[in-house]
Structure formats: structure tokens, C-alpha cells
Write a protein that binds this ligand. Structure first.
Ligand code: ADP
Ligand code: NA
Length: 330
């Protein structure tokens, strides 16, 4: 029996992923790869929709791929590849651009936010067409399931609309995908500003835990995390966002319920609690860091893995692309 197809990806927009990427994406991908035919992409074509340094981008792309593997995405079980290695992404995106309404694309809230920040002259047409490229990413693989954060919900909706429109105009071609929205419980906040999402593009790095930082640096950041003054380790997102965020991280990484952690740390101070969490963070990310560095230390082997996987992705993607080209008369 064929396993359901799944597609997801992340931008190589920093030297290291942060623990929100791990908890909100990689950890779930690792579970999902067991009962899905999964395609996990490092979406470097998306990364050039904002200004980039070419050397840094190439490096970040390799580092992101290495972190996928180090975190448990198995490149012999899942198809783990770099988007630009598979030309069909850009080719199908062009076709989909031609059936996307200008107004429809202009309504994407992420584009509106990002372009408002940059100003119209600094905003590229590539950024405008970003969601259409994302639609191509998903549709090329006949993906039924697309695990994403809530902020990507609208883009998956657009993907569904474009697939249905293409199918009705040109004949049945694409599978209509479903978004699998990340649980709110897997959302991680900045340690210094615990009502803002932790992000690799955060302006200040003080509250970001990087997967590839030295364990001692991460331990220090946990010890310095913003909390509150009442000294009770209890989950209360509204009134105790700092402690609640730390409890979420602890609970996910140690695979323990928040209740059991509250019990264990009842009557003890935040210092003890943070020490316990720092140990868990270090024991989770220390080995992932080591594995990532080992993979980066053997560039030929990493290249080989990425080439084999891009080949596997291309085989699937080329079939869909050829069908779509044929349907539109190319
Ligand atoms: P970032 O904000 O770090 O640049 P992206 O927007 O590239 O992250 O998202 C990559 C993946 O990581 C997505 O699946 C997203 O939902 C997940 N993710 C990013 N930040 C967090 C977070 N703070 N908590 C949970 N998941 C997150
Ligand atoms: Na799989």
C-alpha cells in the first residue's frame, strides 16, 4: 500500500535553526516520516525573495540540510533535498503564476506585512510570487498533507484554490492538499520577550536558543530567561508567559506532561527549574550539534546524500511538471 504523500520545507535563512523550528517542525516531521511518503525541502529559491549574500546563502543551505538529518530526518526514508536542485519547482511556479490573479496574490497577508516593512521599491516581484512558488512546491509531489505553522494557512488555501482552478480549466492534474496546522502547544516564544514567537530572523538573539550554539551558551540563555516575580512554577499563558514557555519547552523535550513538571518543581524556585530545563536542552541539542558538525565536516558525503535525494525528488516532480505543461499546451 502507498503511504500518503507529505511535503514541508524551511528557508535556509540563518546559520542555525532555533528550537522553535525543532519543536514546531523537525520533531513533528520526524514522527510523520514513519507513516508518510515525505518530501522535506530546504527552500533556497524562497530565500532569495529578500536580499541575500550569495556565499552565506550557500552555506546556510548546507547547514540547514545537515540539521534536518542531525535532528532525525532520515534521508533514506524521506526525500530530503534542496529546492533549487530540482528545476521543476521554478518551472511549475511560472505556469501557476499565469493562473493566479494579481489581486488574489496581493491579498496574502504575509506579503502585505513584509512589503509594508520594506517599502514598494525594495519589495521584489519574487516576494509577491512567493506563495505561488510554494503552491508549486506542494503540487509537484501530489502532496495530500502539508504540515505548517498557522502563519502559512493562507498560502495552503491559495495552493488549494490554484490546484482546483487548474484542474477545472485544463483537466484533472493536481491533488488538492490539506494543511496540517501545527498545534498551539508546539509554539515556542522568545525567552526575553515571551509573547513574541521565537524566530531565526528575530532582531535580537538574546532570547533565541540556536540548535548549533555551544551548550554552555544555551544553558546561560535558559538561566537568564524572563520570568515573573511570584516564584511559582505553573502554566498560565496569560499571566505567566515566560514560565509557561519554559514549561512547554521542558515538556516537549523531556516528553513529560506539564502537570508532572509543576508537581516536581512545586515549592522550589525558578533557579532549580531553569537548571533542570538547561540540562534537558543541553542533552537534546548537544548531540544534534555534534552530528551536524560531523556532517558538515564531510562535504562530499553530504553532497552525495543531497544529490541522491534531489534525483528522487526530480523523478516525481518531472512527471507532474510534464503533465501540467502538456495540459496547458506547452
Ligand atoms: P523562523 O521564524 O525561525 O524563520 P520559519 O518561518 O522559517 O521560522 O518556519 C520554519 C518552520 O518552523 C515552520 O514549520 C514554522 O511553523 C516552525 N516554527 C518557526 N518558529 C517557531 C516557533 N517559535 N515555535 C514553533 N514553531 C516554529
Ligand atoms: Na517515509
Amino acid at each position: 500500500t502507498q503511504l500518503p504523500r507529505l511535503y514541508s520545507g524551511m528557508q535556509p535563512s540563518a546559520d542555525s535553526l532555533q528550537i522553535g523550528n525543532y519543536i514546531g517542525a523537525l520533531l513533528q516531521w520526524k514522527e510523520l516520516q514513519r507513516d508518510h511518503d515525505a518530501f522535506f525541502s530546504v527552500v533556497d529559491l524562497h530565500a532569495i525573495t529578500v536580499p541575500q549574500d550569495p556565499h552565506a546563502l550557500r552555506e546556510q543551505t548546507r547547514r540547514t540540510a545537515a540539521q534536518y538529518i542531525a535532528a532525525g530526518i532520515d534521508p533514506s526514508q524521506s526525500t530530503l533535498y534542496v529546492q533549487s536542485h530540482v528545476p521543476a519547482h521554478a518551472e511549475l511556479a511560472w505556469v501557476l503564476n499565469t493562473i493566479t490573479g494579481f489581486g488574489e496574490a496581493a491579498r496574502m497577508t504575509q506579503f502585505k506585512d513584509k512589503s509594508a516593512k520594506q517599502g514598494t521599491d525594495a519589495t521584489s516581484v519574487g516576494l509577491f510570487a512567493y506563495p505561488v512558488l510554494m503552491a508549486a512546491d506542494i503540487l509537484l509531489y501530489d502532496a495530500e498533507i502539508v504540515p505548517v505553522g498557522d502563519d502559512q494557512r493562507q498560502h495552503v488555501e491559495l495552493t488549494r484554490d490554484l490546484a482546483a482552478r487548474f484542474n477545472s480549466r485544463f483537466g484533472d492534474t493536481f491533488v488538492i492538499p490539506e494543511a496540517m496546522i501545527l498545534k498551539e502547544t508546539a509554539k515556542i516564544y522568545d525567552l526575553q520577550n515571551p509573547t513574541a514567537k521565537m524566530s531565526k530572523s528575530a532582531e535580537s538573539h538574546a532570547g533565541v536558543i540556536w540548535m548549533l550554539d555551544e551548550p554552555s551558551v544555551n544553558a546561560k540563555k535558559i538561566m537568564r530567561a524572563v520570568t515573573d516575580t511570584d516564584g511559582v512554577v505553573a502554566f498560565d499563558r496569560e499571566n505567566k508567559p515566560g514560565i509557561s514557555n519554559l514549561l512547554t519547552i521542558y515538556s516537549v523535550l523531556a516528553d513529560r506532561s506539564v502537570d508532572s513538571l509543576e508537581d516536581e518543581y512545586a515549592g522550589r524556585g525558578y533557579g532549580d527549574f531553569k537548571k533542570g530545563l538547561a540540562e534537558v536542552v543541553v542533552s537534546t541539542f548537544g548531540p544534534i550539534r555534534e552530528r551536524t558538525l560531523a556532517l558538515l565536516d564531510d562535504p562530499a558525503e553530504l553532497d552525495r546524500i543531497l544529490a541522491v535525494n534531489a534525483g528522487r525528488a526530480s523523478e516525481v516532480a518531472e512527471v507532474t511538471l510534464a503533465k501540467a505543461y502538456d495540459r496547458v499546451g506547452l
